[in-house]
Design a protein around this ligand. Structure first.
Ligand code: DOR
Length: 462
């Protein structure tokens, strides 16, 4: 090769839509000081990209950590039916302000998400109104059990969600025969809310009589959770199905689930890792009321141990907004649920700074983990060819979380007044900067449905 040819090659200019320069980038290789070039929504180059790359927009990420886009695989955005609590617009706005780039939304809306038409209605509502990418769970129940194998493969479907114990809304499948039918129809991982309905019913009278929210983890005790988890894992073994146990809240379940990693993945929530009884109920009253409940420190330590030892696969927020008026009703008529999508990352970054987990483990839990479990196409890692979804964070920024900052329609967080170290600064969705310096910087939402490897992608854009 002549020197002249070599010289002209080095002078070649590449053009990107967006360049992220100078950050500490968390790739599958580890943390690297590299630049990222994004074009047409994808990552097209990684490395020392100056000076040959130019772009319409550049983000200087010097001093910042660039994480793969955070996926929150459990949120309740209440649409349709309960837009006084939350909407797809406000819920996803909270997501991006909190550094979340993709959400999976839950089916206990009104109507419940049980049919192809219900799913399509949600997809239509999200179109042009969602600030981040999204998928919707299909509810699994006695009425649609036999159709679930085709329903779970609908475009935009995150999979099947089953409530074994009543929580909020009418979605319930607690009989073994129904659960067996649900598990026998389909192939994708089934997400489970595991609390034992019969035991919850038996024990309800005691909290109704006391009216004391501190009794919440006594009513919905560790055994209610463990019984349901053991039962559904046995049924999954019988039917050959894989499971995803949502919001695991007890040490006993973690010990049991560690023995079943061949077919079961595990989620924990920031609130179970951060709040504990009795303190949270004394401080926050029914704002801390959640299903399954926030429990005492013994359980919380076991959850952290399961994070450390790798039993936990993902962190999801279980963002479940209710208005302050609804929460002010006397316990136990007060609904269970709290916001979480916007605070997931700040709260977890603070735990990283406190030394409870590493930043690379957090990336595993919030990006690589969900992408692996749910078979998300082109998401979950910073790599050439992947979607340019980035959560750029300042690990040194100290901020106070406040209700004013919360985008949710219900307008409150259980962390109001909590000071954290570590904050989401810029949120990039498929190469578009949606949040810059902590503020929304786009006029219109650009969220799209997630594509899944296991689903029937042939019909995706039908
Ligand atoms: O506390 C909860 N509230 N747990 C759930 O699983 C459902 C949620 C809701 O939708 O409000």
């Amino acid at each position: 090769m002549s020197l002249a040819t070599d010289f002209s090659h080095r002078m070649t200019r590449h053009h990107a839509d967006l360049l992220v320069r100078g950050g500490t980038v968390h790739t599958p290789n580890g943390a690297e000081r590299i630049d990222i070039a994004c074009l047409d929504g994808r990552i097209v180059a990684l490395g020392d990209l100056s000076p040959q790359w130019q772009a319409g927009e550049t983000i200087d990420a010097t001093g910042l950590d660039v994480l793969p886009g955070v996926v929150d695989s459990q949120v309740h955005f209440r649409e349709p039916g309960m837009t006084h609590k939350e909407t797809l617009d406000a819920g996803t706005r909270g997501a991006v302000l909190g550094g979340v780039t993709t959400v999976f939304e839950m089916p206990n809306t009104q109507p419940l998400t049980l049919s192809a038409a219900d799913l399509q209605d949600k997809l239509d509502r999200a179109d042009g109104r969602a600030w981040c990418d999204y998928a919707f769970y299909m509810g699994g129940s006695a009425v649609n059990a036999d159709q679930l194998d085709s329903l779970e493969n609908r475009p935009g479907c995150a999979g099947i969600k089953v409530f074994m114990g009543s929580s909020f809304g009418d979605l319930l499948a607690d009989e073994d025969a129904t659960l067996r039918r649900i598990l026998s129809h389909g192939r994708r991982r089934v997400a489970i809310h595991a609390e034992d309905e019969a035991r919850l019913r038996d024990r309800y009278e005691r909290v109704r009589a006391s009216g004391d929210v501190r009794e919440h983890p006594v009513w919905r005790d560790a055994e209610s959770a463990l019984n349901a988890t053991c039962r559904i894992v046995r049924l999954a073994e019988e039917t050959g199905r894989r499971l995803h146990i949502l919001h695991v809240s007890t040490g006993q379940e973690m010990a049991f689930l560690a023995q079943h990693k061949n077919r079961v993945s595990v989620e924990v929530t920031p609130h179970h890792l951060s709040l504990s009884a009795p303190d949270c109920y004394e401080r926050l009253g029914s704002l801390a009321q959640m299903n399954p409940p926030v429990r005492d420190k013994t359980h919380q330590h076991a959850l952290w141990e399961a994070v450390r030892t790798g039993v936990v696969d993902v962190i999801g927020s279980d963002h479940a907004p209710h208005t302050l008026e609804e929460k002010a009703k006397p316990y136990p008529t007060s609904p269970s649920g709290m916001t979480g999508v916007q605070t997931l990352l700040p709260i977890m970054l603070d735990h990283v700074n406190a030394g409870r987990l590493s930043l690379s483990r957090l990336v595993d839990l919030t990006s690589a983990g969900p992408a692996r479990l749910f078979g998300m196409e082109r998401k979950g890692r910073i790599a050439v060819g992947y979607d340019a979804d980035l959560s750029i964070v300042d690990m040194e920024a100290r901020r106070t979380i406040s209700n004013d900052w919360i985008a949710s329609v219900c307008g409150w967080t259980p962390y109001d007044g909590v000071r954290v170290r570590g904050w989401p600064m810029h949120t990039i969705i498929r190469g578009r900067t949606v949040v810059r310096d902590g503020g929304l910087c786009k006029a219109t939402p650009c969220g799209e449905p997630v594509r899944f490897l296991e689903a029937d992608t042939q019909t995706y854009r039908a």
